[in-house]
Design a protein around this ligand. Structure first.
Ligand SMILES: [Zn+2]
Length: 409
């Protein structure tokens, strides 16, 4: 397990208000960043986020002759479009918005024949981001076009329920539209039909004495955010649910908490209950922690908050991964601390989010060039590469408003 992450040697808390004369003078550049007042640090996140965004746009769009091999938000061009949309939200620079729309348009053409239906890996992401960006550009015709394209997406019996390729990933796109374009943009009847199906499938696979809801993806009953229980529960908790549905979600999360590893980390799946190895958003404590924070918010139940804090401790100790991205990298893991900070207001969580972000700011480039950190299979992408890191930098300008991209509404 140790070779997957760097030992976390950063102090568990550093005050920002240390007087100049009390500072240790030979401290290294990372320690300097950790004691920098947030207002100055925030400017560095801003600058580095925008610089990185420029580089990513150049690498994934400018230099490619705009030929598209992968349209998805996960590892392809829609991720660059989402980063541009984020940058537009930060700077109000309309050229970012228009470039975002241009890329979404190309993603639209490239995905017309795709059967993938989700926000992160499918066509719903293209339609939903397209509609929201078109709204900001005051282009009503384009907005209607993307909304009608979303309505044309058909879920089949064969689709799974998980987040990256299944129903909950389609559902998230509907919720994103309703949040950014007004409730009812996607009618409640559409949302309800998808929720009913997800709940029905979960109950059908549940076993007596086990979790009240269970799902399968390619024959494996996953627990994590990308393909399993944590991701599905996370999306469901953003929907208006019936009391019995809420009870089943509560029971599912308690089942997971009661069966976590002694380390506090979580198994990958029902089938893989012994290997305590992955501390990723996709598999393991980080993705599950985000769902537990959401559950603590929805149910007001201290057990969920305590479990989220325990999972965050695992992320602090074993989550300084040798990758930069959102899915299985340091950037995604930083969002665990951000969400706990937002829920509790405790600045120790803000510090930890800042520490992971500063580690990236200070070292990611050097460690990647030295071959000590993996650049990612798609090095500029949102979920596997630098796109996610740039998004995190831009989010950390104002951490009270940060949201895990394409996952936290
Ligand atoms: Zn992953």
């Amino acid at each position: 397990m140790a070779d997957r992450f760097f030992p976390n040697l950063m102090p568990s808390f550093v005050r920002e208000d240390i007087q100049e004369e009390d500072k240790v003078t030979d401290e290294d550049s990372l320690m300097k960043l950790l004691s920098t007042p947030y207002t100055s640090l925030s400017k560095q996140f801003h600058r580095s986020g925008l610089d990185l965004k420029e580089k990513i746009v150049m690498e994934t769009w400018g230099l490619s002759g705009q030929a598209m091999h992968d349209f998805t938000l996960y590892s392809g061009n829609l991720g660059t479009a989402l980063l541009l949309y984020k940058s537009y939200q930060v700077t109000s620079n309309e050229s970012d918005l228009f470039l975002c729309l241009e890329i979404v348009k190309a993603c639209d053409s490239a995905s017309l024949a795709s059967r993938d239906v989700t926000f992160i890996c499918g066509r719903a992401g293209v339609c939903a981001l397209g509609a929201v960006a078109a709204k900001h550009a005051n282009d009503e015709a384009l907005q209607s076009y993307y909304l009608s394209q979303l309505q044309g997406i058909k879920l089949s019996r064969n689709h799974p329920d998980e987040l990256l390729y299944g129903r909950s990933g389609f559902l998230w796109a509907c919720l994103f539209l309703n949040k950014h374009m007004g409730q009812g943009t996607v009618p409640n009847t559409t949302i309800r039909a998808v929720v009913n199906e997800i709940i029905k499938n979960g109950r059908a696979l549940a076993k007596k004495g086990g979790s009240p809801l269970m799902y399968e993806w390619y024959g494996e009953r996953y627990w994590g955010a990308a393909h399993g229980l944590a991701g599905i529960m996370h999306v469901l908790l953003d929907v208006e649910l019936k009391p019995d549905e809420l009870e089943d979600i509560k029971g599912t999360l308690k089942y997971m908490i009661n069966n976590c590893f002694p380390s506090g980390n979580y198994p990958i799946s029902e089938e893989d209950r012994k290997r305590d190895v992955l501390v990723h958003w996709c598999h393991g404590a980080p993705g599950i922690a985000l769902t537990l924070v959401k559950a603590a918010k929805v149910f007001g139940d201290k057990e969920f908050l305590d479990a989220a804090i325990n999972a965050a401790e695992v992320v602090w100790n074993s989550g300084l991964l040798k990758r930069v991205g959102i899915c299985h990298g340091i950037s995604g893991n930083a969002y665990v601390f951000i969400s706990l900070y937002q829920l509790t207001g405790n600045i120790e969580f803000l510090y930890k989010a800042k520490a992971f972000t500063c580690f990236l700011l200070d070292r990611a480039q050097k460690l990647t060039s030295a071959g000590e950190m993996h650049g990612g299979d798609s090095p500029y992408s949102m979920f596997e590469g630098m796109g996610g890191m740039a998004y995190l930098f831009l989010d950390m300008i104002d951490p009270s408003k940060a949201r895990f991209p394409a996952y936290e509404l």
